[in-house]
Design a protein around this ligand. Sequence first.
Ligand code: C5P
Length: 403
Amino acid sequence: MHLSGKKILLGITGSIAAYKTVDMIRKLRQLGAEVRVIMSTGAHFFVTATTLQAISGNPVFEKLFEFESTADMSHIALARWADLILIAPATAHFMAKLAHGLSDDLLTTLCLATRSPIMIAPAMNVAMWLNVATQENVSCLKNRHMIFIGPDEGVQACGEIGEGRMVEAETVLSEITIFFSRSQRLLNKKFLITAGPTQEAIDPVRFLTNRSSGKMGCAIAKAAALAGAEVTLILGPVSLSVSPSIKRVDVSSAKQMHEAVLQHVAQNDIFISAAAVSDYYVSNTSKHKLKKTEQFMHLTLAQTPDILASVASLKNRPIVVGFAAETENVIENATRKLREKKLDMIIANEVGETKGFDADYHELAIITALDESVERFGYTTKERLARKMIDVLIKNFFVTQAL
Ligand code: C5P
């Protein structure tokens, strides 16, 4: 059984989708998980504690003090007990409370007191989901490494059509199974990843950079860490937060990124170069802020070191994976780069002003050096793409060790 011995704390909040949890709990238990259920006040309007108690085989609580006086453990002990906290369905209101660290009932208190991962399956009307307030709360929770499943698109209980439906029980189960099975697959493997843009100074206050947000590289780092790898992330200037389980090294210029990579590379099994490294730096930087005097001014640009190629040419090199961000002839150009830079694998992706950089969704193709086969992954979230990429890496490079 995939989930044997796993302890799952299921938090149910007030949405019509709460009915889906009855089947979900049954299936979780069939897979071997132990499930304890906590309801919010609103959840009682959609599903009864009696049903959930019978189906989970454990008492169901809502109120903090009632729990403390009657349960067999304290709320802190329950927060520690859980291997995973799953909030399904999660309302907009609940996510807002979570984002602000409120703890006015048992469920929010547990979420604040836990050190375990939190998975959230939102459910709400499409306008509520798309509301800036909800979206900001979702980003905030994602930045705190909470794992979102869905929501799905489709016909809603209110009759509207759009994003906001809670995903089906099957989807939640498969995400939970993946979550627990992943965490061993890259155990003892060391990943070195670069991500984000670089900044090349012109003078003390100006620089050259690009549109990279670092989202793809950070998603890969997270997916690798979730799969059990020890991850070092060398990160250009971005405004993303990184899980404490990942070793983060902040750099600014291509030169600094190169030095940091060379300093760390020897200890790693794989190097993934997802950073959008500037190809040129300004060789005539000014010590002082440049003044607006002449009609034209000239910056002299010199080539930066190709970090990826320099790692690929090391005598004792790790597995080397590059990225090819192309605006045209994506596969052809990426395959050429794969050969020229002597990589083991390249991730080809099309970029443009509105595509790729700084987006949450993307599509890509993975080309493997061995037979130059192309595996395509369609338009989806960068997080999902990162997980697929880790699957491909495991299949190609780590499967014998994993077996
Ligand atoms: O040749 P191009 O810049 O398109 O190659 C892209 C790949 O090379 C990416 O993986 C990028 O991280 C890496 N790169 C690098 N150092 C550079 C330029 C690109 O590591 N100076």
